[in-house]
Design a protein around this ligand. Structure first.
Ligand SMILES: [Fe+2]
Ligand SMILES: [Zn+2]
Length: 465
């Protein structure tokens, strides 16, 4: 191992500007863009689905499963500096012709470096599991250095363990950590918000047959679903079973209390309001599950002679508008949990499902993660005094107003053979009254985001690496 801990010989440091990201709604298109001080990051995020530069860091076999949006630049390792709890790594940026090279200084905690060691002792590359307990990790290096070929950082730890890290992985992970939006190209895919002015022509349509037979189409469709939360699949055969076939192409349908699929027609004495001819107010489905299904798939097999128009609205857009207009109301919507329940006797026998959710669930960075809103299934038990307060109800009504506003709700008449696929963590749906003499028949199914994201990663690896 080549030791190099030269503190004095560190070249001129050009520490990167911290990349900041934030939501901002733009002009009439009402699509959301992230702003960033790092222009190539924005370019990568704007790339069309089929051109996503998915890169699986294959420089080092043990890291090969780690995805990233782009290749790490071919920067040269210059020096390492031991900075107490952190290792400082200095790279020389690859320079374009005529410009002088600059240096990039990155910091990695020793805890993290020890944690991600992918040697045979620490990591099983067959099962992709870590094999050492974190309690056994020493946190300080005995020595640090750069390999002779210049491609690896090498660390000998207290206690006698040796680790080596490809520079490409270190640099890629550093860049990704600075811009968490890119951390996972699937989970962190750029969300594009939309309102009622979304022209039907800008809906990307997908042919049922090509989704069943072509992996590129399948990838584009699922990535589009992740970004917009709303897609339409055209020309599915007009018979039962097609939603199952579509779900099976991804993984499988998520079974709920009504079974793996459900049929929505007009029934007399309907056991659920969805099976009646009544209009349905805007809602997310299955709010009474602690973990509601992630995506709804609804196939129009027979359209109503009149009525039964599908209504959809982008719940993330409504939430962002409230966040800007009334932060206190937004805060209440994220903190007040509402109870939802459903009782019946169906596929799993008698059921009594019950769960609590805030209308808006955020992730640890304050980004929107999930909307749960359903007037049809709201229960009566209080979470605490807040959930019955006038302010909480006012916030609930405000969210409803934003959803049902002219510029928010999109009305769409499904044609026979259409399958509408919506993100149930984001897009709310409803319908107008259905003609009661109608033979309208819809078949629906659910999927979960875990399986969809898994499929996107597997397809991305197969198609683009
Ligand atoms: Fe529904
Ligand atoms: Zn190891």
């Amino acid at each position: 191992m080549c030791l190099h801990t030269d503190k004095d010989g560190t070249p001129d440091k050009v520490t990167d500007t911290l990349v900041t990201s934030s939501f901002s709604e733009t002009g009439s298109s009402q699509s959301v863009m992230y702003t960033s001080t790092n222009s190539d990051v924005v370019q990568a995020a704007k790339a069309p689905c089929s051109e996503i530069p998915l890169h699986f860091s294959a420089h080092y076999k043990d890291y090969a499963y780690l995805p990233s949006w782009r290749k790490a630049p071919e920067n040269k390792l210059i020096s390492l500096v031991d900075q107490k709890d952190y290792l400082e790594v200095v790279y020389e940026r690859s320079s374009s012709e005529g410009s002088s090279p600059s240096h990039q200084v990155c910091h990695y905690s020793y805890d993290w470096l020890r944690d991600i060691c992918r040697c045979d002792e620490c990591f099983n590359t067959v099962t992709h599991n870590k094999q050492t307990a974190i309690s056994l990790h020493p946190q300080r290096p005995k020595s640090i250095g750069i390999s002779e070929d210049g491609d690896f950082v090498e660390i000998s730890w207290d206690g006698g363990h040796d680790s080596r890290y490809p520079k490409s992985v270190l640099l890629a992970e550093y860049l990704l950590a600075k811009d968490p939006r890119e951390n996972d190209p699937v989970i962190d895919a750029q969300r594009q918000l939309w309102g009622s002015d979304l022209p039907e022509s800008s809906f990307r349509k997908y042919e049922f047959d090509s989704l069943i037979t072509d992996d590129h189409s399948l990838f584009d469709w699922l990535m589009d679903l992740r970004k917009t939360g709303l897609t339409v699949v055209k020309n599915a055969p007009r018979k039962l079973g097609q939603v199952t076939e579509l779900c099976n192409r991804v993984a499988y349908p998520r079974i709920i209390c009504w079974g793996p699929t459900f049929q929505v027609g007009v029934k007399e004495n309907a056991s659920h309001v969805a099976y009646s001819n009544l209009p349905l107010s805007m809602h997310t489905d299955s709010a009474f599950y602690m973990f509601p299904p992630g995506v709804q798939v609804l196939h129009c097999i027979k359209q109503a002679s009149s009525g039964g128009q599908t209504h959809v609205a982008d719940g993330f857009r409504a939430a962002e508008k409230i966040r800007q207009a009334d932060p206190e109301c937004f805060d209440l919507l994220t903190k007040t949990e509402w109870e939802y329940f459903d009782m019946g006797d169906d596929y799993i026998g008698p059921h009594h499902l019950q769960a609590r959710h805030p209308v808006i669930r955020l992730d640890s960075r304050g980004r929107l993660r999930q909307i749960v809103y359903n007037d049809l299934n709201r229960g009566w038990r209080q979470d605490n005094a807040t959930s019955t307060s006038p302010a909480a109800y006012k916030a609930l009504r405000k969210y409803s107003e934003y959803l049902n506003a002219e510029d928010s709700m999109l009305k769409y008449t499904l044609k026979e053979g259409d399958i509408i696929v919506i993100d149930n963590f984001r897009v709310l749906h409803g319908r107008s009254k259905v003609d009661s003499a109608s033979a309208r028949l819809m078949e629906g199914a659910f999927m979960d985001w875990d399986e969809i994201c898994s499929k996107l990663r597997s397809l991305g690896k197969a198609l683009f690496s």
